[in-house]
Design a protein around this ligand. Structure first.
Ligand code: HEC
Length: 157
């Protein structure tokens, strides 16, 4: 008799746990973003980026990020970026020298890859190529978080 009570309790417990697991996964499944882009969009909100950056209209303390990728592509072509860095070197040779290895990393790659490398540097220290910049550092982000934010910003065409 006692044994069968135990078995029943065990059975009920197992069912309750199964229901709990299904419930949790159900909630996660509905709430958790799936793709890196969706994760990135969520981080954009959670990390406070959205408090300074509108995307396509609205109040924006920093630049509105609509159309970001073509804008960055134009700014990061060899000639344009070299000219920008040359003027930085004149204004602040100390900043230029300190960050010079990062500029090399950017010139070493082309196209979308260049935008991604630039963006990772921008997150670490937005003043690395723009010494009067007002955006805060995001050097606390993990590699995964940077990858996901990158996936998201690459959609801003
Ligand atoms: C406190 C306001 C603020 C926050 C928070 C902020 N930014 Fe910025 N961001 C700026 C400003 C201002 C600029 C313009 C350059 C500068 O001043 O550094 C900028 C520039 C940028 C640019 C370049 C835009 C362009 O058109 O040149 C990107 C991309 C960017 N931020 C992404 C982000 C992301 C991603 C986050 C969150 C991880 C973030 N920002 C958080 C203020 C902010």
């Amino acid at each position: 008799m006692r044994f069968s009570v135990l078995v029943t309790l065990f059975g009920v417990g197992a069912i309750l746990m199964a229901v709990a697991v299904v419930f949790m996964y159900g909630v996660d499944g509905a709430d958790e973003p799936r793709t890196p882009e969706e994760h990135g969009r969520r981080l954009f909100r959670l990390q406070g980026c959205a408090t300074c950056h509108a995307i396509g209209g609205g109040i924006s303390r920093g630049p509105d990020l609509a159309g970001l990728i073509p804008r960055l592509a134009a700014r990061l072509t060899d000639d344009v970026y070299r000219a920008h860095l040359d003027s930085l070197n004149v204004a602040r040779p100390d900043v230029y020298d300190f960050f010079a290895p990062r500029y090399e990393g950017i010139f070493n790659v082309q196209g979308d890859e260049r935008i991604k490398v630039w963006f990772a540097q921008h997150l670490k220290n937005p003043r690395f190529d723009h010494f009067t910049g007002l955006m805060p550092n995001y050097s606390h982000l993990t590699e995964d978080q940077v990858d996901r934010l990158t996936a998201f910003i690459m959609t801003l065409k």
